[in-house]
Design a protein around this ligand. Structure first.
Ligand SMILES: [Zn+2]
Length: 186
């Protein structure tokens, strides 16, 4: 078990709280440079009625409060699902050093699937990325939630692996410098 597996277990436990208030079970942690958890949050959109209350944004806000500053340099963001464009952007703005995520999100992912916001050389800060950590469990938690409320077929989303089309093969109009996703080897 790697340190990231362990951290992701914590993020999964946080994610599992979200359905208590009708939110999609996504969980996020911020670790300080010593890799201690300084903030955690689940998705709170329904709870707070706030469209920006994704787990990552809420966790980044809490971490900034703990650190007493908006710069979260040398900190790690751990999240159960590949961040969306907003959260990927927020992690760049917070100067997060390392992003660790679980399942891939082919519908909205902005780290590998649709865009690569966190490693775009045109921005003034880039993150290291470790993907696919505990991806199976991370995806199952979300699929279980949607399966319960819709009864629909959600077996294809989120995904445990990046879809072939999204990794290292930029599609038309995308940034050609997008790089392949680092595996969860760390
Ligand atoms: Zn988001």
């Amino acid at each position: 078990m790697t340190i990231w597996d362990e951290a992701m277990d914590h993020a999964l436990a946080v994610a599992r709280q979200a359905p208590n208030h009708g939110d999609v079970p996504i969980g996020a942690l911020v670790l300080d440079p010593a890799r201690e958890i300084i903030a955690s949050a689940c998705n709170e959109r329904e709870l707070t009625g706030d469209p920006t209350a994704h787990a990552e944004v809420v966790a980044l806000r809490r971490a900034a409060q703990v650190m007493g500053q908006w710069r979260l340099e040398d900190c790690t963001l751990v999240v159960t699902l590949e961040p969306c464009a907003m959260c990927a952007g927020a992690s760049v703005l917070a100067r997060i050093d390392h992003l660790v995520f679980g399942a891939f999100d082919p519908k909205a992912g902005a780290v590998a699937s649709l865009f690569d916001v966190v490693r775009d050389p045109r921005l003034n800060h880039r993150l290291r990325v470790t993907s696919g950590v505990r991806a199976k469990e991370c995806g199952e938690v979300i699929r279980g939630f949607f399966g319960k409320i819709s009864g629909g077929d959600v077996s294809e989303w989120p995904m445990e692996l990046a879809s072939k089309a999204s990794v290292g093969q930029p599609t038309e109009g995308s940034n050609p410098s997008v790089t392949a996703v680092e595996g969860a080897k760390e």
